[in-house]
Design a protein around this ligand. Structure first.
Ligand code: C2E
Ligand code: MG
Ligand code: MG
Ligand code: MG
Length: 276
């Protein structure tokens, strides 16, 4: 009576699951296709602000997929898919190339800071990550010092010693480095002492808590103090109102990023933002 067993039934036919699977297979094929097209994948930029002088001193490159029938699909949906299927490395290469093309335009708008690019855990498995990044930048005459790489904590779980070597090699090549989404994963303050990075990006979930309670403020002040004692620059993500910005400034946070300043913008709209 296997067919009466709910678990077996589930395995035999689950329309919802089938729908999800079909969509994933379809999206994977379409994402592969999108990588070869002109305007399907877009790179937008979100500003970062220095809290000490209120200047915009960084931009984060964030990918967008302008899908033929579905419109804009969030990277929250297709980046995990690309990570599962191995497409992520081609996406990283695409973003690096697009950033290299956009940097001269950003400089013309008067932007002097670094542009950051998200690097996935899969990129960390590439034997030749440093060389391939250098090779991608070379034709555009872009210096590594123009670029910051954001690496999420999740990338460190597999082989920590290998990660340290790779981070050191990236840093020696001249890239600035930051730890993305700090506090969400396997983060511990103790591993920080070994990481050759410049900036710690505190995840937006902390920022949400900060505004809500005094105890959280004390805890995050302690965390920021420790980061500063280790000479890291501390940036808070997802800051969307002025009260959060002031609370972060009060506990010693160096920089912020979030909708308070701006949502990610296409390069052509950034000129107006940077000039006002
Ligand atoms: P992330 O690197 O942590 O990027 C920050 C995300 O938070 C972005 O979402 C940004 O639009 C969003 N955000 C910024 N400020 C606020 C705010 O004030 N409120 C709220 N609610 N959200 C805010 P986005 O662009 O949807 O990207 C999501 C994630 O997808 C990124 O998180 C990153 O992990 C990944 N991603 C995006 N582009 C790339 C890429 O080119 N390569 C790789 N490997 N991953 C990427
Ligand atoms: Mg990021
Ligand atoms: Mg982040
Ligand atoms: Mg995040």
């Amino acid at each position: 009576h296997a067919k009466d067993d709910p678990l077996t039934k589930e395995k035999l036919y689950n329309p919802q699951q089938e729908h999800t699977l079909t969509r994933q297979v379809l999206l994977e094929a379409q994402l592969n296709q999108a990588l070869t097209e002109e305007n399907s994948l877009l790179v937008w930029y979100q500003p970062k602000q220095d809290l000490h002088n209120r200047q915009i001193n960084g931009l984060e490159a964030l990918i967008r997929w302008n899908h033929i029938t579905e419109g804009l699909i969030s990277p929250g949906e297709f980046i995990p898919l690309a990570e599962r299927t191995g497409l992520i490395c081609s996406i990283t290469d695409f973003v690096v190339r697009q950033v290299a093309k956009d940097i001269p335009k950003l400089r013309m708008h008067g932007f002097t800071g670094k542009v950051s690019i998200n690097i996935s855990a899969n990129d960390f498995m590439r034997a030749n990550l440093v060389d391939s990044l250098l090779a991608l930048l070379k034709p555009y005459n872009i210096d590594t010092s123009d670029i910051e790489l954001e690496i999420t904590e999740g990338a460190f779980i597999s082989d920590f010693d290998h990660c340290i070597l790779l981070l050191t090699a990236l840093r020696d090549a001249g890239f600035a480095l930051s730890i993305d989404d700090f506090g969400t994963g396997y983060s511990s303050l103790s591993y920080l002492t070994r990481l050759p990075v410049d900036t710690i990006k505190i995840d937006m979930s902390f920022v949400r808590e900060l505004a809500r309670c005094e105890q959280a403020r004390q805890i995050y002040k302690g965390m920021i103090d420790i980061c500063k004692a280790m000479h890291f620059d501390v940036l808070a993500e997802g800051v969307d109102d002025d009260a959060q910005r002031e609370a972060l400034a009060a506990i010693g946070c160096d920089r912020i990023q979030g909708y308070l300043l701006s949502k990610p913008l296409p390069v052509d709209k950034l000129g107006d933002f940077l000039n006002k």
